[in-house]
Design a protein around this ligand. Structure first.
Ligand code: GLN
Ligand code: ZN
Length: 754
């Protein structure tokens, strides 16, 4: 029988793992490079866990997630737990090597595919399952980490990915319905619950973020039967099923029908309907995610506390929590001493969020007076943020309000095509690249020297110009038709613009894991967006001055800038998007005025921001497309607008791609074998298109014949007048020799077909 007093009041749903100073990233990369052995890597990992768990305990959390640590990814860890790694890595004897081979491949085997974790910028590895996958339990990791935490006197709550989410996120390699595999997985979960209880766990957290997506009737049934069945295990910890990243809706009542002990709900993303529904669940612990684990803003106590007390007064047992794992926010504000003090006071990163949760939990249990000082500070910050003039720049708002529908519209595409062709006089099947050229060691050295103050900005600019000159010369020599400047001056395609726009702030150490050892430092959009000065014109006009061929201006689109930033939570995303769109629009006009005839506005993240629930998707696509069009419709008909899309299955956004109305769209297709062209045709797309014919994700140099074949296939779907020839993404991760050889073949293929 479960102890009815087995409860807690303050927790988070998961902890970050990369290390406050990216220690784990460095250790893993050293291990890969052979500079650190497995024992050394495990030692670093143990130390990181120890520091973090004891810090969370000392900060006053009375239940702490354990097992959210990972060497690469929690979904891959779950595949290991369930014995579900693909056959092709099974032969690798060493456990760590096998794990990393599944994660990133090696000379012999391809890795698992990687894709976005719900609506975050974290990417997980996609398990490959089939009707005949044989599952088996390998509980070493959760058990070891549990024991380690208990030995530290940490109130540990093991966390595992739930069976429904695991199956829904996996890829069916034989086309079979993976939900049918649930009966084979459940005995393993039952066994694991027993083992965890035996090892001393009083609670277990089973993550089911999939429950915030649209579920079928069969899936709702699966929720009920799965959790009813797991609740019937005789000796087990109390079960907390964690949902997050959206409103849980009907799945909440499915969970409430079962005999589990707790449910975590994301009240930040979920909203009032979920709060109301949770109020009737009086026989379970409701872990109320009122502190945003997905964004960096300080919680408003006057928003969170009424929800918490409302639940309590309805007779619900409540614990205060982050809305999701803290994996998605930086560790701590401590290193951010460069941030504007006012802005800093509005923010909460991981450590600060834990403190907020403790304060709210105390206010809830002991009354506001017990934490009056902390609440006062929080309220002052929230009010100060609302009052800051940078959040409401009237000029931008007036300008947006005054725009008419025509601002986002160009003349019909076929008229533009004629005018642009007159101006540009391009050959049939024009060749081009996506923007970046290899990030050479010279570029990295210059950046490091600038950062360390060893060279000044002027010297840095001289060196970047030299890179540009080299890239232009290389492209001329290869014989490409539309050139790019190579983007050497850009650290990152979003950060580069964020640094130059008002309303954005950058952090010095605000790293979050993107995948594996790759971390990103998303900028923070905190205010109205204004472009105080031109951003790219000098670089592009310099590049254009070196050649008679057209050089593309290169910008990042509003949706992608938003998708890779921490966003404002005080106004609709669409409003922020329109402001960024205006800034990009002004830049396109300035490029045009400076004589640039082709401008590319990249939107690789168009698919990324697509809402998890179908019902919300159309509204998103409408404002996303509108923002892109606003960005690009300020130029004359003779200026050719390009866009670039990648990283995704385009199925759900194919109609929106047509809606962008870009004169030319370069789109990742090298790996999806051109199917995307048929999809575009079906959506009525009739603009210029460059399906990628060179897979830049691989070091392999494609032969001219192979590229010719790809193009011939493309010509079956697209008339030659509309077809462009280009790689499937930017070249910055490749080596110069690979790129040179591949582009020579690409040009040769285009010439042969002409
Ligand atoms: N213009 C960018 C580049 O070439 C596009 C990058 C991207 O698609 N992510 O690097
Ligand atoms: Zn790309």
């Amino acid at each position: 029988m479960l102890n009815p007093d087995n409860t807690f009041t303050a927790t988070v749903l998961g902890l970050p793992r990369i290390g406050a100073n990216r220690e784990l990233k460095r250790a893993i990369e050293s291990y890969w490079a052979g500079r650190l052995d497995a024992a050394g890597l495990h030692q670093v990992a143990r130390e990181l866990r120890t520091t973090q768990l004891t810090a969370a305990r000392d900060a006053g959390l009375d239940s702490i997630p354990v097992g959210t640590f990972s060497y690469y990814d929690q979904v891959l860890d779950t595949a290991v737990l369930l014995g579900a790694l693909p056959q092709r890595v099974a032969g690798i004897a060493d456990e760590l090597d096998r794990y990393f081979a599944a994660a990133r491949g090696n000379a012999e085997v391809a890795p698992l595919e990687m894709t976005k974790w719900f609506d975050t910028n974290y990417h997980y590895l996609v398990p490959e399952l089939a009707a005949d996958t044989v599952f088996s339990l390998h509980p070493d990791k959760p058990l070891t980490e549990l024991k380690e935490a208990l030995a530290l006197d940490v109130p540990a709550r093991p966390v595992i990915v739930g069976p429904i989410t695991f199956l829904k996120l996996a890829k069916s390699v034989d086309g079979s319905d993976l939900l049918n595999r649930l009966p084979d997985l459940l005995p393993l979960y039952e066994q694991l619950l027993g083992l965890l209880a035996e090892a001393g766990a009083t609670w277990v957290q089973i993550d089911e973020p999939s429950l915030v997506t649209d579920l079928t009737a069969a899936e709702f049934d699966a929720v009920r039967t799965t959790y009813q069945r797991l609740s019937e295990v005789s000796a087990r910890p109390s079960i907390l099923v964690a949902t997050y990243f959206g409103r849980v809706g009907a799945a909440l009542s499915a969970l409430a029908d079962t005999a589990i002990e707790g449910i975590a709900v994301d009240l930040v993303a979920g909203g009032d309907a979920d709060v109301a529904a949770a109020q009737s669940i009086t026989d379970k612990l409701i872990v109320a995610g009122v502190v945003d684990g997905h964004n960096v803003w300080r919680v408003d106590p006057d928003h969170a506390l009424p929800r918490l007390t409302g639940l309590r007064d309805a007779g619900v047992r409540v614990a205060v929590s982050s809305s999701c794992s803290l994996l998605h926010v930086p560790y701590s504000l401590d290193p951010e001493t460069d941030l504007d003090a006012r802005l800093r006071s509005w923010l909460a990163f991981g450590a600060e969020k834990i403190a907020e949760i403790r304060v709210l939990a105390t206010a809830l249990t002991a009354g506001e007076a017990a934490v009056a000082g902390d609440l006062e500070i929080a309220r002052t910050a929230v009010l100060d943020r609302k009052a800051d003039p940078r959040l409401k720049v009237q000029a931008v708002r007036d300008r947006l309000a005054a725009l008419d529908a025509d601002a986002a519209r160009r003349t019909p595409a076929d008229e533009r095509r004629v005018l642009q062709q007159e101006r540009l006089n391009l050959p049939l099947l024009p060749t081009t690249t996506i923007g970046s050229y290899p990030q050479t060691s010279r570029i990295r050295v210059a950046r490091a020297e600038l950062r360390r103050g060893e060279i000044d900005q002027a010297e840095y600019d001289v060196r970047m110009r030299a890179e540009i000159a080299e890239v232009i010369a290389l492209q001329e020599e290869i014989g490409l038709d539309v050139l790019v400047h190579g983007e050497p001056e850009r650290n990152d395609m979003v950060q580069y613009f964020a640094e130059q726009l008002d309303g954005f702030a950058a952090t010095v150490n605000g790293w979050v894991q993107s995948y594996g050892t790759r971390c990103v430092r998303p900028p923070i959009v905190y205010g109205d967006v204004v472009r105080p000065a031109v951003m790219t014109v000098d670089w592009i006009t310099y590049a254009q001055s070196l050649t008679d061929k057209p050089v593309k201006g290169m910008l990042t689109g509003p949706v992608t800038i938003l998708a890779w930033s921490f966003i404002r939570d005080d106004q609709p995303l669409a409003d922020t998007a329109r402001q960024i769109a205006l800034a990009i629009r002004d830049e396109t006009v300035d490029l045009e005025t400076a004589g640039i005839g082709i401008i590319q506005v990249d939107e690789p993240a168009l698919r990324e921001l697509l809402p998890l629930r179908k019902a919300d998707q159309a509204a998103y696509l409408e404002w996303a497309v509108e923002a892109f069009r606003l960005s690009t419709a300020g130029v004359a008909d003779t200026t050719q607008i390009h866009t670039h899309l990648c990283y995704s299955e385009f199925g759900e956004v194919i109609g929106a791609i047509a809606g962008l109305d870009a004169d030319v769209t370069s789109i990742e297709a090298a790996r999806s074998h051109m199917e995307v062209l048929d999809d575009l045709n079906a959506a009525g797309f009739d603009l210029g298109v460059g399906p990628g014919v060179y897979d830049i994700h691989s070091p392999r140099v494609p032969g001219a014949e192979e590229i010719e074949q790809s193009l011939s296939r493309a010509l079956k779907a697209v008339p030659a007048e509309r077809l462009w020839v280009n790689p499937d993404c930017g070249l910055k991760t490749r080596r110069t020799d690979e790129v040179t050889a591949s582009l020579r073949n690409l040009v040769a293929a285009a010439k042969a077909l002409r």
